[in-house]
Structure formats: C-alpha cells, structure tokens
Design a protein around this ligand. Structure first.
Ligand SMILES: Nc1nc2c(c(=O)[nH]1)N[C@H]1C(S)=C(S)[C@@H](COP(=O)(O)OP(=O)(O)OC[C@H]3O[C@@H](n4cnc5c(=O)[nH]c(N)nc54)[C@H](O)[C@@H]3O)O[C@H]1N2
Ligand SMILES: Nc1nc2c(c(=O)[nH]1)N[C@H]1C(S)=C(S)[C@@H](COP(=O)(O)OP(=O)(O)OC[C@H]3O[C@@H](n4cnc5c(=O)[nH]c(N)nc54)[C@H](O)[C@@H]3O)O[C@H]1N2
Ligand code: SF4
Ligand SMILES: [Mo]
Length: 655
C-alpha cells in the first residue's frame, strides 16, 4: 500500500487569512490539501478558491521550462530554452544595461502573488546588491498604510472580536475575501447578540448575512462618517475625553463635521435620514463597537479621507478602551519580513519607483527603465490604466524577465520566462494581514518540470551579475530564518507549524495627542456617467485562478451588474451583451439587471485575462491613471457609459 505523508504548510495567497494546511503526499505527488484542523484561526477550512490547490501545481497549462520569446511582445509565442541559456541571456542583458545606463535602469516588480518571505524577497537581494531601482507603494491598502505612517492605529488582535457588541462591516465582503473572520462574528452573535451592519453599495454575499445593509452611494463613506460624528457630538454621545486625548486637531474636526447634518448626509450618501441617526446612536452606545473596514472604499483619490474618518470615529466612540473595540483594517504578526530582502546590500541609496504606477514607470520615467524583472504580480491585468502598462511592456528597448506559474497576460510580454515553483514545491514562511500567526510552509514535493524557487534563481543569477558573498549563497531556509522574531527559531516554527506573535495592542490616547482627524476633502469625485466598481470575485484571487477550469466554471461569465432603474433609463435588458466604454477603451460583458448594486453604479466582478477572448473583460483597460495622495490606485474612480453591444456595432458601422 502507498504510504501517505502529511506535510504542514500554508496557503501562499494575498488574503487576510493565511490558512494553515496539510498536504497529503503519495509517491511524491500531492493528492489533496486540507485545512489544518488544529490551527486556532483558520480551523481546518480552506476557501472555494484554494481547496484543490494541488490542481494548480499539476495544471496542464503550468509553465515548466524556461522560455524565450520568438514573436512580437504580447503575442504569447515562445520557444523552450535551457536554464543555462536563460541565465546567460538575463546576465548578459542586465550587465549590458548596467554598463550603458547604470543599475537604476533595472526595475524589480513584485507584489503578493505569494506572500512567502522567500518568494517575495529573495530576488531583491540581487537588485539591492546591484544598486538597482527600489520599489515602494501598494496596490490595496495604500491609504491605510499612509495613515498608519501618520500613527493612526488600524488593527488589533481580531480574535478579540468575539467580544465586540456591534460590528460594522464597512466596505468589506468578508464571506468572499476573508471568510475565517466570519467565525468570530458568529461567536460574537452567540455570546452577546452582537448586531452586524454592512455598509456597501452592493448587496454582497456578506451583506445578505448581516442584520442590516446600508446601500451607500460609492465614494461617500467619509460623509457618512462625518454624519455619525455630527449626531454623536450634537446629542452628547461622544467620548470627548478619549477623542481629545487622541487628536491634535479635535476642534477643527468638530468644525468640519458640524455642517454634515443627517439631512445633508442622507442626500449625499443616498440613504435615509433615520438610518444616519440610528447608526450614530447605536455606534455610540455599543461598548464596544468595531469598525471592520475593507479595501474597496480606499480605492479612490479620496482614500485617505475614508481611513481618517473611520479612525476619528473609533476614537470619538472611545471604542479603543475595550477589547474587541476600535478600527480594524489590517493586522499582522510581529516579524521582520523585509529582513529577507537585505536592503543593507545596497551600495548607495537608489531611486525608488512606485509599484502601483507601472504605466508611468514604463512610459515616462526618466532615466527610463531598460530592464524589468516581474514576479508575484500580473501588472498587465491588475494595474490601473492597464492599456498604458501594456504600451510600456511592449517597448522594444525594454528587456523583461517574468517568473510565473502560467502564461499570464504579463508573461506574454516577457523576453524570458522562468518557471516558478508553487507553494507545494518550496519552503517558505508567511505572515498574514488579518491575524497574528506566523506560519511555516514545508516543501511537500519535488518541483514539477524545471521549476525553481526564487531563492534558487537568486543563487544562480548572483555570481553572473558580479555579486558575491554569503547573502547570495544562503539557502531558502536561511533566507527565511532572517525574518524570525526574538524568541522564535526557524526550527521551532518548523516543528510547531505556526506561532502567534502579537504586536502590542494600540491605544491611540496613550501619550500626547498626535493624530489628525480632519480631512482635506470629504466629497467623492463626481460624474454624470455610471461609476464602475470592480470588487473581488468569490472564486478568483485577483487575476489568479481565472485560467483554472473549476474556478472559471463556478465564477461563470463576466457580468456587469446594473440596477433596474438604470437599465430602464438606458433601455437595456437583463442578459443582453453590453459594451461599457470611456476615453481609455471598451469592455464587453453580459448585463445582469437586479437590485444587487445601487443605482448610479455598475459592478464588474472578476479580473479576467485576455485569453480566451470570449471572457476578456479587462476592467483595468477602463480604470484611470490616478492615485490618492497616499499612493492608492483609484480603481473605483472609473466612469463608463454602457450601451447594448448591438447598438455599439451599429454606431461603428455608421462611422
Ligand atoms: N475571493 C477572494 N478573496 C480575496 C481576494 C480575491 O480576489 N478574491 N483578494 C484579496 C485581496 S488582494 C484583498 S485586497 C482583499 C479585499 O477584500 P475586501 O476588502 O472585501 O475588498 P473588495 O471585494 O474589493 O470590496 C469589498 C466591498 O466593498 C464594496 N465597495 C465598493 N466600493 C465601495 C464604497 O465606495 N464604499 C463602501 N462602503 N463599499 C464599497 C464592494 O461592493 C465590496 O462588496 O481580499 C482578499 N481576498
Ligand atoms: N480594477 C481593479 N483592479 C485591481 C483591484 C480591484 O479591486 N479592482 N484590486 C487590486 C488589489 S487589492 C490587488 S492586491 C492587486 C493584485 O494584483 P496581483 O498581486 O498582481 O495579483 P494576481 O492577479 O493574483 O497576480 C499574482 C500573480 O503572481 C503569480 N504567482 C503566484 N505565486 C507566485 C510565485 O511563487 N512566484 C511567482 N513568480 N509568481 C507567482 C500568479 O500566478 C499571478 O499571476 O490587484 C489590484 N487590481
Ligand atoms: S485564499 Fe485565504 S481563505 Fe483561501 S485558503 Fe488561502 S488564506 Fe485561506
Ligand atoms: Mo489587495
């Protein structure tokens, strides 16, 4: 009988939950992955995206050998080459660029395709050692991060939420995007009869399960927050001591919110006056309430106003005083993830490029980027204004290396593609962004084909780029060991599987007041056209899995959700093919008419790929080249006109 080995690992994906899993291995093949039942936070459940992760490792379209492009950039025509040829070519081209243009003409580009410290950071050792351009910025919570830099607390141990008495889910679709957090809500409901309110322009899977759904006009969240504050202050419900001990501009904040009466707020947010008043009273009365907020409402040029307004409210209610109370966007275990990248290897402080602005970086940066290496990101699909990103990637004078599992839209633009290992084929260590557990990922099986871990690619390339020393020779485990917190060794973590490493609980009122509560702008960007929202899909993780048959089947076809009132006004019918368009491009989808999305907005779920063309609904061909002051790409400041595809066809014929 074949022996089944069970290997402790974890999900690599960019999700708050970082599930611990057990890979079941027979004859060096993973036969299933199962959630680790004894993990205190994720409790044995994987999600609908990942519960057959081995299918990704063994997918027939997986990239298993290095490839060299033979057709035009973007065409997807490649030939197989050996690792030796691939490394020779990359070294020759990168060394040539360094000689002609200097090391800053090289740009690394990565995000959270894998959250592993080795897969994310090992390759940065090369770019650090060379003095290449650095990378900064974020694609999701950039507004939150910029407020965190100002000192605003944005999270605490989520396990406290079992004792929250009121949970406000503000622009988060928890049941799709981080469903383990819902277990805490269930427990709070059981213990305290906790009410759960969802504020979301869309009746999401999560909104359906809440006690109340407030279908707010998208982008108007900071105004609703001001309205809540106005009622609390006017009715004497605010915790003035706590708020004054927290804010340096408390009086200015009070002045700002004063004019936002429930009537004005109701009109601006397109909700009822009574809803504003009741929400304020309930929020003030709960001891404590938590504002459990998400990413989508940050995705506008006013992202910081949203985060700042919620931070102000959490203090105004005094909710930080109690376990389970405060503001929660993000929480991570206390460890030094960036130690794996070894910034100390930099010979000088180089320029830094914004990872969320790849379009500008590849089209306007001076001096220009000449060599690009992309890993753990699919910029041709997920960056704002991705038409511009593609124009940059198509430049003849740009040499691009992409490390990938699949032939993504971005990989199609590569000169050289390197096959990367999946989470079942390498060792790694992961933090999380929704809890405090650090988790190990032991290698379960040998890599398929010729795939290599990023640590191994780093070790192969370093000597060819003239880099020598221990940092370039360390094994993947040694790279990961650099990130361990005090009191925890990598060996301990390997044995235990995970360890909760809690940072201190924030108390913004401790010490002198430092925080700023008043925002520069509260009002959203407006337009007569329909606002396009593009939240996360249940079965894809951003653009990952959009090529996988099971997930594709479950997700169905690209649909544009529209409110019945808008459909009637525009003379459009449920189920018909439509075109949505703006000055940047057009995208086809099937219209789904209902009351799921509020009037004035439309919603396209799923980050689809260019291939197959029948489902090539590339939302980011329409999103603008705009960012908040804190660097958040304004995915949701996208306005489109929608018409029947048949009409659009007629218009083109006539032109
Ligand atoms: N299944 C699945 N899970 C994922 C991901 C995925 O792609 N798929 N992606 C992962 C990543 S990278 C991230 S960042 C997280 C994000 O997870 P979430 O924070 O849940 O992000 P979104 O789905 O973008 O948006 C959440 C909700 O905000 C609503 N919304 C949109 N605009 C507004 C607005 O102006 N105001 C308010 N109040 N609500 C608004 C949307 O309708 C949506 O229901 O999820 C992670 N988990
Ligand atoms: N319109 C619109 N655009 C959005 C968003 C939105 O809500 N609306 N959301 C934004 C947000 S919040 C985020 S976080 C970004 C996400 O954007 P990305 O971080 O680019 O996420 P993915 O689309 O999942 O692409 C990750 C890629 O990494 C690859 N990958 C996975 N593991 C590894 C590995 O170990 N090695 C290598 N080399 N590659 C690996 C996967 O195959 C995949 O192609 O998208 C953003 N874009
Ligand atoms: S995507 Fe999130 S919920 Fe799904 S298995 Fe991975 S960590 Fe768990
Ligand atoms: Mo994200």
């Amino acid at each position: 009988m074949t022996e089944t080995k069970q290997i402790k690992g974890c999900c690599p994906l960019d999700c708050q939950d970082t599930c611990a899993w057990v890979a079941h291995v027979e004859d060096d093949r993973v036969v299933k992955v199962e959630g680790a039942r004894d993990h205190p936070f994720t409790r044995g459940m994987l999600c609908a995206k990942v519960n057959d992760y081995q299918a990704r490792t063994y997918a027939p379209d997986r990239l298993l050998h290095p490839l060299r492009r033979t057709g035009p950039k973007g065409s997807g025509t490649f030939e197989r080459i050996s690792w030796d040829e691939a490394i020779d070519t990359i070294a020759e081209r990168f060394n040539g660029i360094i000689q002609s243009d200097g090391p800053e003409a090289l740009m690394p580009l990565f995000y959270l395709g894998s959250m592993g410290v080795v897969q994310r950071h090992a390759l940065m050792r090369l770019f650090n050692g060379l003095g290449a351009s650095q990378l900064h910025g974020e694609l999701c919570g950039a507004s939150m991060s910029s407020l965190l830099m100002e000192g605003h607390p944005v999270g605490f141990d989520p396990e406290e939420m079992v004792d929250s008495k009121l949970i406000i889910l503000w622009g988060i679709n928890m049941l799709s995007t981080c469903h383990h957090h819902w277990q805490l809500i269930k427990e709070a409901r059981k213990r305290h009869g906790t009410r759960v309110i969802c504020i979301d322009p869309r009746r999401s899977r999560t909104a359906e399960q809440c006690d109340e759904h407030i279908a707010i006009k998208p982008g108007s969240d900071a105004i609703l927050a001001a309205g809540i504050a106005q009622v609390m202050l006017a009715e004497g419900l605010a915790d003035l001591d706590y708020a004054r001990a927290t804010a340096v501009d408390f009086d200015a904040y009070c002045d700002q919110v004063k004019s936002w009466t429930p009537e004005r707020v109701a009109a601006a947010c397109e909700i009822d006056v009574e809803v504003v008043i009741a929400l304020a009273r309930e929020f003030a009365a709960a001891k404590p309430a938590v504002l459990r907020a998400g990413v989508a409402p940050q995705q506008t040029v006013r992202g910081e106003a949203f985060v700042r307004s919620l931070s102000a409210l959490a203090a105004l209610g005094g909710h930080w005083r109690h376990p389970g109370g405060g503001l929660f966007f993000f929480e991570a275990p206390a460890f030094d993830e960036f130690a794996a990248a070894r910034a100390d290897l930099q010979p000088h402080t180089p320029r830094s490029l914004d990872l969320s602005a790849v379009g500008p970086a590849l089209t306007y940066t001076d001096p220009p980027v000449k060599g690009l290496m992309v890993w753990c990101m699919n910029p041709a699909v997920i960056q704002v204004d991705s038409g511009r990103v593609r124009r940059g990637l198509a430049r003849d004078d740009l040499f691009t290396v992409v490390l990938e599992h699949f032939m993504t839209d971005t990989a199609r633009y590569a000169d050289i593609i390197l096959p990367a290992t999946t989470q079942l084929e390498h060792f790694d260590v992961l933090g999380a962004w929704g809890h405090q557990y650090l988790t190990v990922n032991n290698q379960a099986v040998a890599p398929q084909g010729e795939a290599k871990s990023h640590g191994e690619v780093m070790r192969l390339l370093a000597p060819r780029l003239g880099l020598a020393g221990p940092a370039y020779e360390e094994s993947d485990e040694e790279i990961a060991a650099a990130t361990m917190p005090d009191g925890l060794t990598l060996d301990d973590l390997k044995t235990e599987g995970w360890r909760k490493v809690s940072p201190p609980r924030p108390d913004p009122a401790a010490g002198d007041p430092t925080l700023r509560f008043a925002s520069d702008h509260l009002e959203p960007v407006e337009s007569d056209a329909l606002r396009l929202l593009t939240p996360k899909s249940h079965y894809f993780l951003n653009s990952s899995f959009a090529n996988m048959p099971r997930q594709r089947k479950s997700q169905g076809q690209p649909e544009l959700e529209m409110n019945l009132a808008d459909a009637e006004r525009l003379g459009l019918a449920d189920g018909e093919e439509i075109v949505m368009a703006n000055e940047r491009g057009e995208v086809h989808a099937i219209l789904a008419v209902s009351d799921v999305i509020c009037a004035g907005a439309v919603c396209l779920i799923g980050k689809w790929w260019s291939e197959p063309t029948e489902t090539a609904a590339l939302a980011n061909m329409l999103t603008p080249s705009s960012w908040s002051v804190g660097g958040q790409p304004a995915y949701n400041d996208t306005f489109v006109v929608v018409e029947a595809a048949s009409q659009a066809g007629l218009r083109e014929d006539a032109a």
